[in-house]
Design a protein around this ligand. Structure first.
Ligand code: DGY
Length: 329
């Protein structure tokens, strides 16, 4: 319903939260809007998603809800805003949404610090052989300290290469400076000095790799970045290097990384994201030099609440005729 004098909605926006959000975040949507939430505890099928979106002003999805061109084209005409409870956008056909005049909101910025924490956790855990170490303790097979036991590679003082020096990349760099690391990065274009903060720019990714004792993938997944970290790039890494990925699995060529981890060309990998999640490359479950986490980059209570608040604020702003700060299309 629209108020003809102001052009604004005269009712609380009707919101369909199609993804299975934490209860505290569902409560935010219910407090602020006429919200219906996914109560199935799983990802909805396309017919379920379309049925739930009928008559709704807003549809809330997350990274595991694929809204391809076909499905985006079939969204009910009532839908004016699609929100994604994620920073990643690769699951949405933004072109079709834009063409249909549907606004897109996401959750930038609020998860930078939590994701950067996990990047450090991954790099430290991989470098210091946490998988093998923890298994020794938990398996009851530890025979006591020896000078030869579980020698890893140092993290502090080494060269960190960041692929994608956006807001998360810069939050990683900030932490790494505390470990006396030398920061290198590759982006499509060089950052202004105020963002670079002394980091060395490499226009060529293979050149970045050659200067990276630790290579951390923090760029978004899109047509330009898929498979970017391939055998050629991996071959340029120095001996005893460590690869980390907190962005999306498809940026790394799995076969190339697995071969390098098996041969020892790469010492270890710390991975939070994978191609085909949750059906990951089997070697990532088996190799002792892979420290794998189940896509927990932004998984803290407070970050997940902040992501929800940001979407709610954006929806409210949109229907008040203002520009939401988190509008991405
Ligand atoms: C994000 O926000 O994109 C996280 O990776 C969850 O998908």
């Amino acid at each position: 319903m629209t108020d003809h004098d102001t052009g604004r909605q005269s009712h609380a926006p009707r919101v369909f939260v199609a993804c299975d959000l934490p209860e505290s975040v569902q409560a935010l949507f219910r407090e602020r809007f006429a919200a219906a939430c996914n109560d199935k505890g799983r990802t909805l099928t396309p017919p379920e998603l379309l049925a739930g979106a009928q008559g709704m002003d807003v549809l809330v999805l997350t990274a595991t809800d694929r809204l391809d061109a076909e499905l985006a084209g079939r969204l009910p005409a009532s839908v004016k805003v699609v929100c994604t409870y994620s920073i990643g956008m690769e699951h949405l056909d933004v072109g079709v949404l834009k063409a249909r005049g549907i606004a897109v909101l996401a959750t930038p910025d609020v998860l930078n610090e939590s994701c950067a924490d996990v990047a450090l956790l991954l790099m430290l855990g991989a470098a210091r052989r946490v998988v093998e170490s923890a298994a020794l303790v938990r398996g009851g097979e530890w025979k006591g300290w020896t000078p030869r036991q579980l020698l890893g590679v140092d993290f502090w003082g080494r060269r960190l290469g960041i692929l994608g020096m956006g807001r998360i990349g810069r939050a990683i760099a900030k932490r790494a400076r505390g470990f006396d690391m030398e920061i290198h990065y590759h982006n499509r274009s060089r950052l202004a000095a105020e963002f670079e903060l002394g980091a060395t720019y490499h226009a060529d990714l293979a050149d970045l790799a050659a200067h990276s004792d630790f290579l951390c993938v923090a760029c978004p997944s899109n047509a330009d970045t898929k498979g970017l970290v391939n055998a050629g790039v991996i071959a340029r890494l120095p001996a005893n290097s460590v690869i980390c990925n907190i962005s999306r699995g498809d940026i790394i060529d799995d076969e190339a990384l697995v071969a390098a981890l098996k041969s020892g060309a790469v010492a270890a990998a710390g991975l939070d994201v994978y191609t085909g999640e949750p059906n990951i490359h089997p070697a990532y479950r088996e190799l002792p030099n892979v420290f794998g986490l189940p896509h927990i980059g932004s998984s803290t209570e407070s970050t997940r609440l902040a992501m929800g608040r940001l979407l709610c604020d954006g929806i409210e702003a949109f229907f008040e005729g203002k520009e939401p700060v988190n509008r991405v299309a």
